[in-house]
Design a protein around this ligand. Sequence first.
Ligand SMILES: Cc1cc2nc3c(=O)[nH]c(=O)nc-3n(C[C@H](O)[C@H](O)[C@H](O)COP(=O)(O)OP(=O)(O)OC[C@H]3O[C@@H](n4cnc5c(N)ncnc54)[C@H](O)[C@@H]3O)c2cc1C
Length: 424
Amino acid sequence: MGFDRLTKGFSGLRVLKEGLTGNKGWTPHWRDPAPKPEYDIIIIGGGGHGLATAHYLASQHGITNVAVLEKGYLGGGNVGRNTTIVRANYMLPGNSEFYSHSLKLWEGLEEDLNYNVMHSQRGIINLFHSDGQRDAYARRGNQMIAQGDDAILLDRAGVQKELPYLDFDQTRFPIYGGLYHKRGGTARHDAVAWGFARSADSRGVDLIQQCEVTGIDIENGAVRGVQTTRGAIRAKKIGIVVAGRSSQVAAMAGMRLPIESHILQAFVTEGLKPCIDHVVTYGSGHFYISQSDKGGLVFGGDLDMYSSYASRGNLPTAEHVVEAAMTLMPMIGKARMLRSWGGIMDMSPDGSPVIDRTHIDGLYVNCGWCYGGFKATPGSGHTFAHLLATDAPHPVAARHRLDRFRTGRGILDEEATGSQHNLH
Ligand SMILES: Cc1cc2nc3c(=O)[nH]c(=O)nc-3n(C[C@H](O)[C@H](O)[C@H](O)COP(=O)(O)OP(=O)(O)OC[C@H]3O[C@@H](n4cnc5c(N)ncnc54)[C@H](O)[C@@H]3O)c2cc1C
């Protein structure tokens, strides 16, 4: 770590110095530039993935004549609305190596960004409730170990030791055991957006907020630039990274993406003393939970099963989630819920993402993260930057092709809603 970083970046020494001198030396995390008439690359969407792409374009490829265009404010989308779970427990070839790569980037992220994203590897336990589910988790765990990641299959007593507060007598979905992924955990979601933003900005990328893209200019099959609420901006390459709005923005280029937008809700209680020190998932009941560093119990369930662009949920889902919570851990009934919120998910038919070029020269798309894209943030940014810079897919994202939905080849069916149910 250089002297500059110690005195101008974030460090214990810097905090001490500022504390002793009235905290007058802190400056805004990023500039507020006006858009230039032209950039080498425009990234549409200032969420986690767009900002990470900008960071890696600058830091890995030396490409800094880049603008990130955000219609609202940085981090106001799903990157600031998720339940912060980070893990590498995917099973299928294609996803397995991608999320493994992403978790390794997480493990060095704070050093890379010189920013405290509060990455906490507190461990994730996925509960199972039948012999069949145990077999499926054993298979998944073996695949994770084969990929070089960690997995431990816990029996019922093993789960009881780690999570003594669960109701082991409930008969709806009795607990048979759990798959324990110790390197999984959480990270502070908005700090992740801010850390990537600060790094990209400090390397020369323009982060332009309140700038909605309203059109994509295409001439002779190649992109020329975008129309925005702050005027036209030209660019040689454009990356669409807008999560729940992917279909709408791609439609500006005349494309129809295989994406449906759905709401996913989450809930948080008042701050409590530490009582849940892992991430726990209860798939059979559609419920998962962790405790934030502020003490709130953060939990959620399944999607609202209808398409919508409204960032709010409905009461039947809230009731379903809270019922599942009470079944699994009746102690939660004593906590008071503070608030709930929703985000817009870009659901792909096979539950897996797209990181690809399109049929239009210079137009690239990054979407289909469904409800699992937060953990992918560094991996997505890293591999999308590679694609934008080199025009070749990064090896760990090589299976995330857009045409798999047209050809049927290479479907990555994490959701078991498509052609390979047996691989769920
Ligand atoms: C309740 C909830 C819980 C979740 N929990 C988890 C979890 O625990 N773990 C996990 O891995 N994932 C989780 N996710 C999913 C994860 O949050 C998303 O997959 C991920 O954040 C999507 O990528 P992003 O951060 O780039 O999206 P966003 O932050 O949504 O970024 C997209 C940006 O594009 C901007 N935009 C849209 N249209 C335009 C336009 N026309 N012009 C300019 N800008 C535009 C938007 O304003 C937005 O800021 C959860 C999501 C929700 C809602």
